[in-house]
Write a protein that binds this ligand. Structure first.
Ligand SMILES: [Zn+2]
Length: 262
């Protein structure tokens, strides 16, 4: 395949009520049952999970791989330690966990000890900012501090090199790229819903977010790069987010719900 899907997950739960989720988190939470089904599909179809270094090589055309993919998990939720890591390990999958460094150890967040165990098990840890605030509202100085502090704290506490940054809420801006580049990050993972082709900008990677209501069928299509109308809708949503007032954005989200599930 000449494309690499980068999947983006958030919280996972065994059954409803296992964890408490906020209203904004809930649409992104999937069950361990659905998660298993998706990962068994990836396994059975010979998808190979790449590390960030391997992804960099693949994008430059120097990493031969029939079916590459990258697995990313945002927000540092404790379900990543309790459910996700064991399920990945059982299937021999690599993954990048993006952690808001300033929230480590808070309620429902992984602790430093748990993060260390992930590192010992060969998983990558990336920065998801320090305090998990959307960067678009910050001054240049505040933005810089979010990227710098999170990298330093993760590196010092875990004894690793942090190469990747996942943009909180996905709002990508050119100044994020500039700060990341200056601070020594090599990869920026955004929430732009698309697959990646060779030569894709390392500092602006697209991802396929997996939401609660994504059907299994649709999942098998998007990992193959067949995004169909989802891409059109997600692009419209992205544009709306940027240019329209919140009420228009909500109206568009309603249209999308209608088209997807109506
Ligand atoms: Zn996040």
């Amino acid at each position: 395949m000449n494309v690499v899907p980068i999947l983006n997950y958030h919280g996972i739960e065994k059954q409803e009520g296992e964890y408490v989720w906020s209203e904004t988190e809930r649409p992104y939470v999937i069950s361990t049952g659905n998660f298993s089904r998706q990962f068994d599909f990836l396994s059975a179809n010979q998808f190979k999970s790449l590390s960030s270094d391997e992804l960099g090589q693949w994008l430059m055309g120097s990493f031969p791989c029939e079916r590459p993919m990258v697995l990313t998990f945002d927000d540092g939720h404790v379900s990543h330690y309790e459910h996700v890591a064991p399920m990945l390990k059982a299937r021999n999958f690599k993954a990048i966990f993006f952690v808001p460094a300033g929230l480590v150890g808070q309620s429902h967040q992984m602790t430093w000890e748990q993060l260390k165990e992930l590192v010992r098990n060969g998983f990558e840890i990336g920065s998801h900012g320090f305090s998990h605030v959307p960067l678009s509202n910050l001054t240049h100085h505040e933005l810089w501090k979010e990227l710098e502090r999170s990298k330093l704290v993760l590196e010092n506490r875990l004894g690793i090199k942090v190469k990747s940054f996942s943009v909180p809420r996905g709002y990508y801006q050119l100044r994020i790229r500039e700060a990341a580049l200056d601070l020594g990050y090599r990869f920026i993972f955004t929430s732009r819903f698309d697959i990646n082709y060779r030569k894709q900008d390392h500092l602006r990677l697209n991802r396929l977010v997996v939401k609660r209501r994504l059907s299994f069928n649709r999942f098998t299509q998007i990992v193959r790069g067949d995004l169909g109308y989802i891409r059109v809708l997600e692009k419209a949503k992205e544009t709306a987010r940027r240019f329209l007032k919140p009420s228009f954005y909500d109206a568009l989200a309603d249209v999308k719900r209608l088209l997807t599930h109506g």
